[in-house]
Design a protein around this ligand. Structure first.
Ligand code: NAG
Ligand code: NAG
Length: 303
């Protein structure tokens, strides 16, 4: 039965693809069986991941609910790996990369996203996702080029870019940071990822000087007399911020900040940082699902 329903949904012309997406995303056993059969009707052998996603995302409209997207992307990744054994070390790798590609589509083609990642950034974002190892740069380069030259087309596009709602708020750049003990401004390279803010002395450093977990924090604009375009990270309960810092000899100690004062190079940059940090603090559940998987896969070295 699941096979014939799946075949109908896959082959019949003129069906409402939004409705198909909602139907396939349901949690009940019957729907899961149909989803599996539906995904099984796609032939992904010898297609690269972007080509396969183009085909898959055209066959229905991805629903907006995190759990539904999760089930569908899981089914997709399983099918892709079955059709293409040896390309990825696990279906989690395929799942995470698929998500990264869908986000890349949004960053490169949605006019509301100002920060367009280059190839290098895309490669960096996907470090270690092949069970602790890096995927071949050649593969990532090809996928990046494909998305850049042509965005994903989705059926029943109403101009509402669904992926914008769980947009990965990662960001990086130079900011001035006010010291915790010694009250001077120092130039630091900041990276926002997975709900943490990391800061480094140089862009090429591997180990950060400090890590600020953003949970339970707030961010706001700050008028500071000594610097322009300031923002502040603070604990709304007035407690000291839980963060850590590496001392000269590599010892990790607790940070000494009541709040973090940062200064950007322009009003626009300050506002973009505030927006990205806010998005990172209140991010979408689907984004959480992906970063959880990502942490698992990166620490899961295959050796
Ligand atoms: C397709 O289905 C969705 C949800 O069921 C509905 O909101 C939409 O109006 C339908 N589109 C058309 C063209 O009928
Ligand atoms: C890809 O980006 C375009 C342009 O923003 C958008 O219309 C489309 O919905 C995106 N596709 C996916 C699968 O997110």
């Amino acid at each position: 039965l699941s096979e014939s329903v799946a075949e109908f949904l896959y082959k019949e012309e003129g069906l409402n693809k939004t409705a198909i997406g909602n139907f396939l995303g349901e949690r009940e056993e019957m729907h899961l069986q149909i989803l599996k059969a539906f995904v099984g009707l796609h032939e992904f052998s010898d297609l690269n991941l972007v080509q396969a996603l183009r085909q898959f995302l055209w066959s229905f409209r991805l629903p907006g609910e995190a759990q539904k997207i999760d089930r569908m992307m899981e089914a997709f990744a399983t099918r892709y790996c079955d059709c293409n054994p040896g390309v990825f070390q696990s279906t989690d790798t395929c799942y995470i990369l698929s998500f990264a590609i869908i986000m890349l589509n949004t960053s490169l083609h949605n006019p509301n996203v100002k920060d367009k990642p280059n190839l290098q950034r895309f490669v960096t974002m996907n470090r270690g996702i092949n069970n602790g190892e890096d995927l071949p740069t050649e593969l990532l380069t090809k996928l990046y080029a494909s998305i850049r030259s042509e965005p994903f087309k989705i059926p029943e596009d109403d101009g509402n870019d669904l992926t914008l709602t769980f947009f990965n708020p990662d960001r990086e750049g130079w900011l001035l940071k006010m010291g915790g003990r010694v009250k001077t401004w120092k130039r630091r390279w900041f990276i926002l990822t997975d709900s943490c803010l990391y800061y480094f002395e140089y862009t090429t450093d591997k180990d950060p000087i400090g890590i600020i977990p953003l949970e339970n924090l707030c961010v706001r604009k700050l008028e500071d007399t000594s610097k322009t375009y300031c923002l502040e990270l603070y604990n709304p309960k007035g407690q000291k911020i839980k963060a850590c810092k590496t001392e000269n000899k590599g010892r990790v100690v607790q940070g000494k900040h009541q709040s973090y004062k940062l200064s950007a190079a322009s009003a626009e940059e300050r506002d973009n940082w505030i927006e990205a940090i806010r998005a990172s603090i209140t991010k979408d559940p689907f984004y959480d699902l992906v970063s959880l998987r990502k942490r698992k896969v990166i620490s899961n070295t295959s050796s």
